[in-house]
Design a protein around this ligand. Structure first.
Ligand SMILES: *Cc1c(COP(=O)(O)O)cnc(C)c1O
Length: 409
């Protein structure tokens, strides 16, 4: 029985619009494209209002009417906090920018925003009776999958490229997944998962090959709007791998507009990629609807090392419809941005988050973003999950401490 009203009517192919029944196990549509969850938005709009929402616990489950889970007993929880919007007064001052905000997703369970998507995917898997899930991952998605599945009593198999950050591999394994390192990229690992579905009885949880991660990532857009008093920022910089979050936020804004909580205004959506793996940027610049696979992908920002995205056309549509753009930054700029943010604002970003700051500066310099635009940068994971540079100088306690020399680096 529903304990809270839910409003899912059906699922829909994101390319052809073909309808699929709700409450069934689905992967991609017959056209091989992601499925989007559709709601009775009129009924949803009547069932909840902003004031009711404001009184609920500060977690992303507060948006439950906008989510597909029918029975509360299936909600799998690890403490899904609302993430803070942190302003950057010093950096904004240096750049003469009006306002720059970082949405710090590193505070979520498992230390990344993958928790939003996987909390939804795993809760829905529980609701639909799925008992074995498999996934290719660059790290954070696998960690979130493993954690939520262990919590839900679902078995997991996770395949990582062999240069996945070691901390991710360890957390995935510790959180209960069968964990494999493969000598290939994430889409190579994806083929291993696809190939084992039948024999292993796996549910393929690859990015956008299951319909509910987008709904989880959608909560970023709902949360952002609520935190800003139902006003959207002028521009959003999003580190884009599979693009789930960008697609999800765009969907959130449409749903909010449909129920009249916001108007027609939309933020400009900026897809940020690494110069060593920028298929979306290349397609954006060439005016293409779909993106070609990026050969020889390299970047130390592992979360955006995604050579081919199933939702490429959805990312490109949102970017273009919003009057945004796609931009690439190189690893040196990413590392410098990371170091600057940590030193100046005391905020340790992940490399992918640092890429958004590097891209913001680049766009400000070349005029694609104006200093009076209110900007939101997404930091998608805690910086503590990545290898950090060696630091600290030796202090020999066998000698008297020379205090005057301590500050002279
Ligand atoms: C997954 C991931 C991304 C990319 O997110 P998408 O929504 O799949 O594009 C960016 N940064 C980090 C840290 C990630 O884990």
């Amino acid at each position: 029985m529903n304990e809270v009203p839910t409003f899912v009517t059906h699922l829909e192919c994101s390319l052809t619009g073909e309808r699929y029944e709700a409450d069934r196990v689905h992967n991609l549509s017959r056209a091989g494209k992601p499925l989007l969850v559709r709601y009775d938005l009129e009924a949803l709009g009547r069932a909840v209002d902003k004031e009711t929402l404001a009184r609920r616990a500060p977690e992303f489950w507060r948006y439950r009417e906008f989510l597909p889970i029918r029975r509360s007993e299936n909600v799998v929880r690890l403490g899904e906090v609302m993430t803070p919007l942190i302003d950057l007064p010093r950096i904004a001052g240096r750049l003469s920018a009006r306002e720059i905000l970082v949405k710090d997703e590193g505070r979520l369970p498992t230390g990344s925003f993958k928790a939003r998507g996987l909390a939804l995917a795993v809760s829905m898997a529980k609701e639909l009776g799925i008992t074995r899930m498999a996934m290719p991952t660059n790290g954070n998605a696998g960690a979130a999958l493993a954690a939520y599945c262990s919590r839900a009593g679902i078995e997991t198999f996770v395949f990582c490229p062999d240069d996945t950050p070691p901390i991710n591999v360890s957390e995935i394994a510790l959180q209960g997944a069968e964990t494999w390192l493969a000598n290939g990229l994430i889409d190579d690992c994806g083929r291993v998962v696809g190939g084992g579905v039948e024999q292993m009885g796996w549910f393929d949880t690859s990015t956008l090959k299951e319909p509910y991660r987008i709904e989880g990532k959608k909560t970023m857009g709902l949360e952002l709007a609520e935190q800003l008093g139902w006003q959207l920022p002028d521009v959003i910089f999003y580190p884009t791998g599979g693009g789930t979050g960008l697609i999800g936020m765009w969907k959130a804004f449409d749903e909010l507009a449909a129920i009249g909580w916001i108007g027609d205004e939309r933020p400009r959506m900026v897809a940020v990629q690494a110069a060593g793996c920028a298929p979306i940027v290349r397609a954006f610049e060439a005016g293409e609807e779909f993106a070609e696979r990026w050969e020889g992908a390299t970047t130390y920002a592992a979360g955006i090392r995604v050579p081919a995205a199933v939702g490429d056309f959805l990312i490109l549509r949102a970017v273009r419809d919003s009057d945004g753009f796609a931009i690439a930054v190189d690893d040196t700029a990413i590392a410098e941005a990371l170091a600057e943010m940590a030193r100046v604002e005391g905020l340790l970003l992940c490399p992918e988050g640092a890429a958004t700051y590097a891209a913001y500066k680049q766009a400000l310099a070349d005029g694609r973003v104006a200093p009076d635009e209110r900007a939101v940068l997404f930091n998608c994971a805690t910086g503590l999950k990545y290898p950090l540079p060696e630091a600290g100088r030796r202090l020999d306690l066998g000698r008297p401490v020379n205090y005057a020399a301590l500050g002279a680096a």
